[in-house]
Design a protein around this ligand. Structure first.
Ligand code: UDP
Ligand code: MG
Length: 318
């Protein structure tokens, strides 16, 4: 009987310094101990300039199950993961970083959860080791906002270290958007999820390719692609400003010109002007939000996401 195949998908960008150590000391020993599955490694070389690719070739020459997808230039980790999943042939795929921060020794546990019937096994890091204060706070804020916006359930600290089953891989591969956050999309797809905590390690060697700026862009991208809430918030602010300043202006007018200022408020022209301007700002914000609503519906359509995702395993007689 054919053993089931598991693809290990690994994006790599300038990882030559730590790559051998990651493979020889961490990944291979774990895979060798797992007997009831076959494995293939799908490396995506994301435009490395440091000899990562040559090192990968050395391994690929030795084994057919060591596959290398080479990008023409650096496209970023999210795209690299997508390419890896597109080329993965396995009945399940495990995505893992090449720098040793995500411990391969968790792989048997991932597989066990998969065997129990879960389709998405998500590694959740239990502490923040890698960044300074700003990134740490930023990351917490990011997850908090993402959850508040409620477009999909995201667990704080959930990482790209995941196992996804073939049905999920197939659905993932159909997603058409260009700006993509892999884990956000996998979360969006749904299916049975299982979270596994792990201690996020330190980099074996080399430098992280993601600096604060890149992470910030990533955060913005995921908000824009996952939610239109930011657009709508300004509309609400506009409505509040308009109502408040409108009421104040009305009160001011009636008091001054109809009642003859019985309470002896003093309404100088500048104040009237200020109220008028605030009122107009409110209107501008509202009209902007209305435009935003149109944009957001265009946005939703242009993403071209499928209307729904069917879990074939749980459906009957389709
Ligand atoms: N990576 C990639 N393309 C990039 C940046 C990173 O394929 O443009 C890979 C990198 O080689 C590593 C993984 O993505 O395997 C995570 O990258 P990194 O360690 O820089 O990020 P962090 O640990 O901060 O998530
Ligand atoms: Mg890393």
């Amino acid at each position: 009987m054919r053993k089931e195949l598991i693809s290990i998908v690994i994006p790599a960008h300038n990882e030559v310094a730590g790559l051998s150590s990651f493979l020889e000391n961490q990944l291979f020993p774990v895979l060798e101990k797992i007997e009831n599955y076959d494995f293939e490694l799908v490396f995506v070389d994301d435009g490395s300039t440091d000899g990562t690719l040559d090192l990968l070739y050395e391994y690929a020459n030795r084994s057919k199950n060591f596959r290398v997808v080479s990008f023409s230039r650096n496209f970023g980790k999210e795209i690299a993961l997508s390419a890896g999943l597109a080329y993965a042939k396995g009945d399940a795929a495990i995505t893992i970083d090449a720098d040793g921060q995500q411990p391969p020794k968790l792989i048997p546990e991932f597989i066990k959860e998969w065997e129990k019937g879960h389709d998405v096994i998500i590694g959740v890091r239990d502490h923040y080791t890698k960044h300074g204060f700003i990134a740490k706070t930023g990351s917490r804020l990011f997850y908090w906002l993402l959850r508040k916006m409620g477009n999909h359930d995201t667990v704080a600290g959930s990482t790209d270290f995941r196992l996804i089953s073939r049905p999920v891989i197939d659905e993932f591969n159909k997603l058409p958007e260009h700006k993509r956050i892999t884990r956000g999309l996998i979360d969006w797809l749904g299916y049975d999820k299982k979270y596994v905590k792990y201690a996020y390690g330190v980099r074996l060697a080399g430098k992280p390719s993601y600096n604060l700026g890149k992470l910030f862009h990533l955060a913005i991208d995921s908000f824009v692609s996952m939610s239109t809430t930011p657009l709508v918030i300004f509309g609400y602010i506009g409505i509040i400003i308009t109502i408040l300043s409108g009421a104040l202006g009305l009160f001011c007018l009636i008091n001054q010109y109809i009642l003859g200022d019985p309470l002896h408020f003093y309404w100088p022209g500048t104040l009237q002007m200020a109220i008028l301007i605030t009122f107009l700002v409110g209107l501008v914000l509202i009209s902007q939000a209305v435009t935003a609503l149109y944009i957001s519906s265009i946005h939703a359509e242009s993403l071209g996401r499928p209307l729904y995702i069917i879990n074939k395993k749980k459906s009957r007689n389709l």
